[in-house]
Ligand binder design. Structure first.
Ligand SMILES: Nc1nc(=O)c2c([nH]1)NC[C@@H]1CN(c3ccc(C(=O)N[C@@H](CCC(=O)O)C(=O)O)cc3)C=[N+]21
Length: 296
């Protein structure tokens, strides 16, 4: 292995430590506690793990965590009602509706019902438009976490070739916007791109967010590239369940100069950025300065 392993878990702990200090100051000077509401519909076991981790880390940072679990059979109207009451609740500064939602619920309608100022996932169409036009927005947590790791390990990104594999609203598209804002030359590729390998081989920065276990191998990576692996794939290897990314770590690490592992890379940064967005939303709601300057 020649690449540096980018330790997202450690970096996320540092970010959460900074957040906790700001939260404590907000409480001490203004008597305000930032609050995050998480809505989970149905019983997906993987989703429950995320919800539990988010709740625990929210409280550890000194913020208030409100968890709402609805039955998988809940109606769209029930969910809209709950969002309406959270929009109106001054103790709630951030609202996250865990995705995916059951098939009978229209996700776009739900996401667009969240007050954009409380939309800590940055999925509301108005935040998407603000980000795309370079205005102050709520920025989606996973791409923001990737950007923080890239800036930390790479410094300035100006003029670099960045290839984003994946075109989802959650990761690929907002990631491309953030990289453009940092002056990269950005290509969005995806599972149907012709000659995907050669596109990826042109990249100084590779963001793999395509949802295919270990599709990107060392043979696809330009020597010295930085590789950010967003994939979270549960697979069975040698009769054991295992978490792997969209990148084959061993082979890519022989060629890249830096690479994130799965787990312990992007995942923990996603949660740290969710908490950062909640603090930002709280400060904006109260007309206080934003302590982090990450989220605009
Ligand atoms: N509205 C919405 N916003 C999301 O941001 C969102 C969502 N829905 N639905 C599900 C996905 C997935 N996601 C993860 C966050 C953290 C880890 C994470 O912390 N992973 C750890 C450990 C994972 C494990 O061991 O199970 C790691 O990679 O090291 C993983 C996955 C957020 N998502």
């Amino acid at each position: 292995m020649v690449a540096v392993k980018i330790d997202g878990k450690a970096f996320a702990e540092t970010v959460r430590g900074d957040l906790a200090k700001h939260v404590e100051q907000l409480q001490r000077e203004h008597g305000i506690t930032p609050g995050l509401a998480v809505i989970l519909v149905g019983e997906d076991p993987a989703s429950e793990v995320y919800v539990r981790n988010k709740g625990k880390q929210t409280r550890e940072c000194g913020m208030a965590s409100f968890e709402h679990k609805l039955e998988a059979t809940s109606s769209e109207a029930e969910l809209l009602d709950l969002i309406g009451s959270l929009n109106a609740d001054p103790a709630v500064h951030g609202i996250l509706v865990q995705l995916p939602l059951p098939a009978h619920i229209d996700s776009d309608k739900i996401l667009n019902a969240i007050d954009p100022a409380k939309d800590v996932d940055g999925f509301h169409v108005s935040n998407v438009g603000l980000l795309g036009t370079g205005q102050k927005a709520m920025v989606p947590c996973t791409p923001l976490g990737c950007l923080m790791l890239l800036r930390h390990h790479h410094g300035k990104l100006d003029g670099l070739n960045a290839v984003v594999i994946g075109r989802s609203n959650i990761v690929g598209k907002p990631m491309a916007q953030l990289l453009l804002r940092d002056n990269c030359t950005v290509t969005i590729a995806h599972s149907r791109s012709r000659d995907l390998q050669n596109i990826v081989r042109s990249a100084d920065i590779v963001i793999a967010a395509v949802g295919r276990p270990e599709i990107v191998t060392g043979a696809w990576i330009k020597a010295g590239a930085t590789v950010i692996d967003v994939g979270i794939n549960r697979v069975e290897r040698d009769g054991r369940k295992k978490l792997v990314g969209d990148v084959n770590f061993e082979s890519a690490a022989e060629v890249a100069s830096a690479i994130t592992p799965v787990p312990g890379g992007v995942g923990p940064m996603t949660i740290a950025c969710l908490l950062a967005n909640t603090l930002t939303a709280c400060c904006r709601a109260r007309g206080l300065p934003e302590p982090l300057g990450l989220t605009a």
